[in-house]
Design a protein around this ligand. Structure first.
Ligand code: ZN
Length: 178
């Protein structure tokens, strides 16, 4: 696994707090002073079966939704649906196979290599792109992983590239790499 993040310039960050967009709004505000940094809106939403990350969505679901309803909510807003940490706590697990999602988080900064490997296997089986997410809940957990995406610096272009699988994941920490 290449150790890329530490040497690369981060140009894009997606903020996907649990069930709120307040953090995104705050980061967006702070990032406005840096025109070369793009912030992708997003939210991680819990369902009875597991969490889903909706990228490109700037709205919180009005109430608790089932997985299919939540996917519909994201699609109506042009969002990309990612299954985070499928085999960790609050993961969708094997049920992922029952739904039409856009990508699987194959590298989670807070999951063991074994659990990340299961997520990679699932992405392969379903022919879905794999993305990395730090799952940071504290400042020192940021930048543990990153994505290299072949797209221009534009939210829609980036979301489109993720859907097409034009994304490579990288880890900064050997402990969580493959
Ligand atoms: Zn989660």
């Amino acid at each position: 696994m290449d150790q890329l993040c530490a040497h690369a310039t981060v140009k894009v960050v997606a903020v996907t707090d649990h069930n709120t967009l307040e953090g995104y709004a705050r980061v967006q505000e702070l990032a406005s002073a840096f025109p070369d940094v793009l912030v992708i809106p997003g939210i991680e939403v819990g369902t009875a079966l597991g969490d889903l990350i909706l990228l490109g969505v700037e709205e919180k679901p009005p109430r608790s939704l089932g997985v299919n309803e939540l996917i519909g909510f994201a699609r109506e807003r042009g969002g990309v649906v990612v299954v985070p940490h499928p085999y960790r706590e609050y993961g969708l697990g094997a049920a992922t196979r029952l739904y039409t999602v856009d990508a699987i988080e194959t590298l989670n900064g807070n999951a063991s290599p074994q659990v990340n490997r299961l997520a990679q296997d699932l992405a392969k089986e379903l022919s879905l792109p794999g993305v990395a997410g730090s799952d940071a809940h504290n400042i020192d957990e940021l930048w543990t992983v990153c994505n290299e995406i072949q797209a221009s610096l534009d939210v829609d272009a980036i979301l489109g590239a993720i859907k097409k699988g034009l994304v490579k994941v990288f880890s900064n920490r050997k402990s969580i790499s493959f």
